[in-house]
Write a protein that binds this ligand. Structure first.
Ligand code: AMP
Length: 143
């Protein structure tokens, strides 16, 4: 299975904020949309960074309640690791495990195509295992 298979299931919606968005706004977005991260886009649409729940916890631990007024650019991780729609799911699982992050934007030829979370990866792997089991059962019954 490939990253493109996940995108065809979940769609290509990506939630983004501007670098000047406040931490309070980001918390509202994450809560309302039931997601764990937002991408930070520059004015030209390029990826400037990513803010995940972990960055928010870190900012709160460091700044206390004042963290709510910080801007995305002050708490985001720069140098976002991305993947391609043709990458294998096993491959991005390895990338996420080694990089210790649970979100990976999908980019092709510089164009943002979606965002895959570790939850999407687990769901895809479970479905793959289910299909393999069904195929084996059918093979045994047919034999
Ligand atoms: P997460 O496990 O996705 O909540 O993220 C853990 C840490 O990795 C946070 O500091 C995130 O900002 C950062 N992070 C998340 N996704 C990526 C990514 N694709 N590339 C680089 N850093 C990331």
């Amino acid at each position: 299975m490939f990253v493109s298979d996940i995108l065809s299931q979940k769609g290509t919606a990506i939630f983004t904020v501007a670098p000047a968005a406040s931490v309070a706004e980001i918390c509202q977005q994450l809560s309302a949309r039931r997601i764990g991260s937002v991408l930070v886009l520059d004015g030209d649409g390029s990826v400037a960074g990513i803010v995940s729940e972990r960055d928010l916890v870190r900012a709160l631990a460091r700044h206390g309640a004042e963290a709510l007024a910080l801007e995305a650019r002050q708490v985001m991780t720069r140098g976002v690791v991305t993947c391609d729609p043709d990458d294998s799911i096993d491959g991005i699982m390895q990338t996420m495990t080694e990089g210790r992050f649970r979100h990976i934007p999908v980019v092709r030829h510089g164009e943002l195509m979606g965002l895959v979370s570790i939850g999407d990866v687990v769901k895809a792997r479970l479905e793959e295992a289910r299909q393999e089991t069904e195929a084996l059962k059918a093979y045994i019954v047919a034999g």
